[in-house]
Design a protein around this ligand. Structure first.
Ligand code: ZN
Length: 379
């Protein structure tokens, strides 16, 4: 048998594969060594046999609560992803795989590859309402690409609201790009009345992958030089965080009326929002918009809830290096971080798949309904 991670977004170091009941693996840290939790590898083994894989450095990973009740994701065909029996004890994450076919891919969450990312961009650019814009290069010289989706009447742009959606600042949070994919397909669906009405009222600026370098490198949380992009917004630089630098440059040209920053959370088994309540200029208008957005999203998707989430920042205590806080303050706009689980949604659990690409995509569709509920009052 053999194990390899030598492909797009692959991550694993093989320590020992001699005993199939105690295969020893380790997750390779992000550049700089500060973060790790993302793994993604392929195992080729004997059909009908059981293999026990131990990730021996799981106890040093970034979010240890992330392993509680966590089940690893796997696929034979790399299309349909299911969960494998997984347990965490004494610093080791143990995954049990019964081989139905010769080759299985095992990952922290269903990958969204760089090839898929390029397929997505190529597909949406063919739609008459969509166009691509090259915002700049990353440190590994990949493209940072913006998808603009708007009405055909560009003269009308000044009256329209500007909705910005970014996904995958943290590259291991692949559910964020699955959501962006689902949202864009709904937005471009000519039979979707919510989308049609929204596009009459708003232009969309979508960055479906904010961190292509970290994605390809198989990082959890950082870019090519180990920078956590979601701590760079108050002072981005071309040396450390060109991704944020270029996006802010474009935001200054377009303005921002609604900001949606899409993430995954390692620990919490729920879908939730984190807002900008702790920013210096937070006000009743933004609070009311936030409440309406949250209430409508709850109706639009039973996967969304507002009971569980992060502690809300006290007034004036927000970390202004975080995208949602920085954008809310700079543009006096409704800004939210959306968090989806790596594990499952405990309110509506699905033991076979847990949280999944399909559910992420549907939540992207539902997000449009919440956006329509607030769009007229964003300014
Ligand atoms: Zn994140």
């Amino acid at each position: 048998m053999r194990i390899t991670a030598n492909f797009d977004a692959g991550n694993i170091d093989v320590i020992n594969v001699e005993d199939k009941k105690n295969i020893q693996l380790a997750i390779r840290p992000d550049f700089g060594g500060e973060f790790f939790q993302w793994f993604n590898f392929r195992m080729e083994a004997e059909v009908g046999e059981q293999y026990v894989l131990n990730i021996v450095n799981a106890g040093e990973a970034s979010y240890l609560e992330g392993w509680d009740n966590y089940q690893a994701v796997a696929s034979y065909d790399r299309q349909h992803w299911f969960r494998l029996p997984t347990s965490y004890k004494d610093g080791k994450l143990t995954i049990v795989a019964d081989m139905d076919y010769e080759s299985i891919q095992i990952a922290y969450f269903a990958p969204y590859s760089y090839e898929q990312h390029q397929d997505l961009l190529a597909t949406v650019q063919m739609h008459p309402l969509a166009c691509l814009e090259h915002l700049g290069e990353t440190l590994d010289k990949r493209d940072l690409t913006l998808v603009k989706i708007g009405g055909s009447d560009s003269n009308n742009d000044a009256n329209k609201r500007n909705i910005w959606i970014i996904a995958r600042q943290h590259p291991g949070e692949t559910m964020a790009e699955w959501l962006a994919d689902g949202l864009m397909h709904s937005l471009l669906d000519e039979d979707n009345a919510t989308a049609k009405l929204l596009l009459d009222k708003a232009n969309f600026y979508i960055v479906p992958n904010m961190n292509p370098d970290g994605s390809v490198r198989g990082h959890l949380r950082t870019n090519a030089v180990g920078t956590n992009l979601n701590r760079e917004w108050s002072s981005p630089s071309l040396e450390k965080s060109p991704e944020v630098f270029h996006v802010i440059h474009k935001m200054e040209q377009t303005g921002v009326d609604l900001f949606y920053d899409v993430h995954g959370d390692e620990a919490l088994p729920f879908v939730f929002l984190a807002g900008s309540q702790g920013t210096p200029s937070y006000n009743d208008r933004l609070a009311q918009l936030r409440d309406r957005f949250s209430d409508v999203l709850k109706l639009a998707s039973a996967d969304f809830q507002s009971e569980f989430g992060y502690d809300v920042d006290a007034p004036g205590t927000a970390n202004m290096t975080v995208a949602t806080n920085w954008v809310a303050e700079r543009f006096d706009c409704l800004a939210n971080t959306l968090e989806m689980p790596f594990k499952d949604n405990d309110n509506v659990p699905d033991a076979a798949t847990g949280w999944s690409p399909e559910r992420s995509m549907k939540l992207g569709d539902a997000s449009l309904i919440a956006m329509l509920a607030v769009v007229d009052d964003l300014r």
